[in-house]
Write a protein that binds this ligand. Structure first.
Ligand SMILES: Cc1ncc(COP(=O)(O)O)c(C=O)c1O
Length: 377
């Protein structure tokens, strides 16, 4: 039995008929850049995220870059973020000329540890970027308190967390700006690269709209320098149709997560410490990934690959140890929880279409690996 990490073809089969007609109509219209199709998607996406303003952009990476540009983050500034995230979170801080300041994670949730944030703040701190990793919100209450007390804006990296909630509030609506990715593997995935920024602040929304198209206002007149961060109409159309299914797909992922919990507990793998399950804390976890913490991770990954089971390591190198950030001067051991997570975590298949039989196969393959007692490398 094959169990891919993600099966987008299975998802597409369920919506193909809804999508093909409108896509062909859009092609016939030859109107590909921004316009009504993008605006219609933005209106519904804003409603979904419970914010007044949402702007479609070219990717999650560009959403972060645009957010930092809109907040006027520049050389000499410091931006605090997690040392355990996808590269783009820190890459964008560097790209605007600011200095990424890393903080370790809470090992139970993989999200930014608020106490570490407090002690990392200096007179040069200009923004905080918590990441809602794997689909679960960071400890926003503490971070919002810090943000308010110190007057430092929060940019939520909600790339993996559309529809996630913390104390009843949706990801992307708690900080000054929310940044989303619609990379195909996300709960809401485009047919290519796409992203979105959200905000409650109308002035910031206007500024981001101008920066999204090279800073032009009106067209061909530039008071500020922006970029080409526009969302394609084709992607907006696909995303708009898929948005109607998002809650069902997310419920499916939550069901899969619950079932994994039962299967792992029944397998005996959890009690003996071979496997630790993800911990859902406050709020709505959308399970963009289902992350195990395991013993002998790399050997287990090879074993599962041989059994036709897809897995992935998110992420093998924490941000503070990336070669390109050597100039920041962080040494190994600086952030032990991020480093442990990079050594021990493994993402296993998670998507709404995953069958009970496939999940049983995954858990059984993991059980057999530990039962065989293959030697510690
Ligand atoms: C946490 C996080 N931030 C930012 C991004 C960047 O998004 P994109 O790939 O759409 O540029 C991603 C995408 O994987 C992500 O997971």
């Amino acid at each position: 039995m094959q169990v891919p990490l993600l099966d987008l073809k299975a998802q597409y089969a369920t919506i193909r008929q809804e999508i093909e007609g409108p896509v062909l109509e859009l092609i016939a219209s030859q109107k590909f850049i921004l316009g009504k199709v993008v605006e219609d998607f933005e209106a519904d996406a804003a409603r979904y995220c419970a914010v007044p303003h949402a702007l479609g952009v070219s990717s999650g990476t560009d959403a972060l870059l645009l957010a930092l540009m809109a907040l006027d983050i520049r050389p000499g500034d410091e931006v605090i973020t997690s040392s355990y995230s996808f590269f783009a979170t820190a890459g964008c801080i560097h790209r605007v000329g600011a200095r990424p300041i890393f903080v370790d994670i809470d090992p139970a949730t993989y999200n930014l540890e608020p106490a570490g944030v407090r002690s990392a703040i200096t007179a040069r701190t200009r923004a905080l970027i918590p990441v809602h990793l794997f689909g679960q919100c960071a400890s926003m209450q503490h971070l919002l308190e810090i943000s308010e007390a110190r007057g430092i804006p929060i940019v939520e990296d909600a790339a993996q967390a559309i529809g996630a909630e913390y104390c009843g509030r949706r990801a992307g609506g708690m900080g000054r700006i929310g940044c989303f990715s619609f990379f195909p593997s996300k709960n809401l995935g485009a047919f290519g690269d796409a992203g979105m920024v959200t905000t409650n602040d109308p002035a910031l929304a206007d500024r981001m709209k101008i920066l999204r198209a090279h800073g032009a206002q009106p067209k061909y007149y530039h008071r500020v320098v922006g970029g080409n961060f526009r969302l394609d109409a084709l992607q907006a159309l696909v995303l708009h149709i898929k948005l109607r299914h998002l809650d069902d797909w997310t419920s499916g992922r939550q069901r899969v997560a619950g079932r994994y919990g039962e299967l792992f507990r029944r397998s005996g793998l959890v009690g003996c410490g071979h496997v630790r399950l993800p911990e859902a804390r406050e709020g709505r976890h959308i399970f963009n990934q289902f992350i195990l913490r395991v013993q002998r991770r790399d050997a287990l990954k090879s074993h599962l690959t041989a059994q036709g089971i897809g897995t992935e390591i998110y992420y093998p190198v924490p941000l503070h140890l990336q070669e390109c950030f050597r100039y920041l001067g962080y040494a190994e051991g600086a952030f032990p929880e991020s480093e442990a997570a990079a050594r021990e975590t493994l993402a296993i298949p998670t998507y709404a279409e995953l069958t009970v039989e496939q999940q049983e196969h995954v858990v059984d393959a993991i059980r057999k690996f530990y039962a065989s007692g293959s030697p510690t490398p």
